[in-house]
Design a protein around this ligand. Structure first.
Ligand code: PLP
Length: 439
């Protein structure tokens, strides 16, 4: 038989609109990532050689925040040892056990090993939680600004109830904010420390929320109704600064254990976003369903990374040393941002800034909506973002990317991919732009 070579010009795929038009309404209805769209603008400016302080990236620059050396060496060793076949779909037992002990040390909460499953970073855990809890049309309740709840809700066809959180509460929800909406909700999604705000749910606030969930579920179970579940995202749980207090929901209200799905991973705690190791912890009855779901997706963490992470999570001294160094680096950058913008506010510039308590973010307001700069009328956060990027080389992500609808001038600043020097150098440029606001 003669095999004919494919034509040199390659394959033709027809009219893209026709091919796309036949795809599912879910696929065609998904919004692309706002943050990636903004990143493309930033790259274009950097390519022109313009000075840019890039505070858009929710990731760590490996040159400034490398992964722990023992973790890296452990992955290389595991590869050489032939740890390259399928892991169990809920994770290798050594890692699930290491996660149990890690959570005991971090939060004082002990899960049974059947209550732990390993996932490929935090995202599959979130997706599986939404998928396993919510039927199409069920309600998911979350505060805004928050990270990606809107995308996950769209993927499972849930009804969304976004509750605006207030500046005075550090843009975090309170039990009072949530109370009117709890009776209709099937899932409450919380995250602390929070992306994008860099603030925490204080233990007393968290306790009040979890007690409200337990009360709500006593009523529902007595009436034979489906309970309210809680997704608690602890992805930034180890990045807490300046003595702020942070708690695990089951440390403050253990009675909520049947209803809480918590998630964490190495992505942010150990600057290891590309290694893809995360985990979900919940009642074994929930984990068992999540395991079945994600097993079909194949969203497990790579086996060499699992082997190395299992060893690393037991390295108490190594973790303490790594964390001290990382906190120093992150705190220096967050302090530089916070004190620089606070100084400008105190000098009378139209600026507000929330003191960061955790994660890698600072909330900044440039109160310029309704003003004009160089003849450009600023009527939305998007116009503001572009003006500030093009004229001051300050790249930020407006809170709109985190579900906020109102144009209030608030944005997220991320400190993971800039140096303190990059930050210091941007302030004179920002001042110059603010000095040029049309009178
Ligand atoms: N949760 C929050 C709040 C995040 O910001 C992120 C990633 O940015 C994740 C979860 C997902 O982390 P991963 O990269 O491990 O999927």
């Amino acid at each position: 038989m003669t095999i004919t070579a494919p034509p040199a010009h390659g394959l033709t795929f027809g009219d893209p609109a026709t091919v796309d038009g036949g795809l599912s309404s879910l696929a065609r209805g998904l919004k692309g990532s706002e943050i990636l769209r903004i990143a493309a603008d930033v790259r274009a400016l950097i390519a022109e050689g313009r000075p840019v302080c890039n505070l858009t990236v929710g990731d760590f620059d490996p040159k400034q925040f490398p992964v722990p050396q023992p973790l890296r060496a452990g992955i290389q060793r595991a590869l050489e040892d032939g740890e390259t076949n399928y892991p169990p779909s809920d994770g290798i037992p050594a890692l699930r056990n290491a996660v149990v002990e890690y959570i005991v040390r971090e939060h004082g909460v002990r899960y049974p090993v059947e209550g732990v499953m390993v996932t490929s970073g935090g995202r599959p855990a979130i997706y599986a939680a939404f998928r396993c809890v919510l039927n199409p049309g069920d309600t998911v309740l979350y505060s805004v600004p928050s990270w990606n709840n809107d995308y996950y809700a769209t993927m499972v066809g849930a009804r969304e109830v976004p509750v605006p959180a207030r500046r005075e509460a550090g843009f975090m929800p309170t039990a009072n904010d949530l109370a009117p909406h709890l009776p209709q909700a099937t899932l409450l999604s919380l995250c602390s420390p929070n992306n994008p705000t860099g603030t925490l749910l204080a233990p007393d606030v968290l306790q009040a929320i979890m007690e409200a969930v337990v009360d709500e579920n006593s009523r529902r179970l007595a009436a034979g109704r489906r309970p309210l579940y809680v997704l608690y995202d602890l992805m930034y749980g180890s990045l807490v600064f300046g003595g702020a207090a942070q708690a695990h929901p089951l440390a403050v209200v253990p009675e909520a254990a049947p209803w809480v799905i918590a998630l964490d991973g190495i992505s942010k705690a150990f600057s290891a976003t590309g290694l893809r190791v995360g985990w979900a912890t919940a009642a074994p009855a929930i984990i068992s369903r999540m395991k079945d779901l994600l097993g079909h997706v194949g969203a497990w963490a790579p086996r060499p990374e699992q082997v190395a992470t299992a060893a690393w999570l037991h390295d108490v001294q190594g973790i303490a040393a790594y964390r001290a160094e990382m906190q120093r680096g992150l705190e220096a950058r967050l302090d530089a941002l916070y004190s620089g913008f606070t100084r400008m506010r105190d000098e009378g510039y139209p600026v507000d800034c929330v003191r960061p308590q955790g994660a890698m973010y600072v909330s900044l307001r440039l109160d310029l909506i309704g003003r004009s700069i160089g003849g450009v009328h600023i009527d939305s956060n998007e116009v503001l973002r572009k003006v500030i990027l093009e004229r001051a080389g300050l790249a930020v992500v407006p809170f709109q990317a985190f579900g906020l609808r109102e144009d209030t001038g608030w944005s997220r600043l991320s400190a993971g991919a800039v140096s303190v020097r990059d930050i210091e150098e941007c302030f004179p440029r920002v001042r110059a732009v603010l000095d040029s606001v049309d009178r």
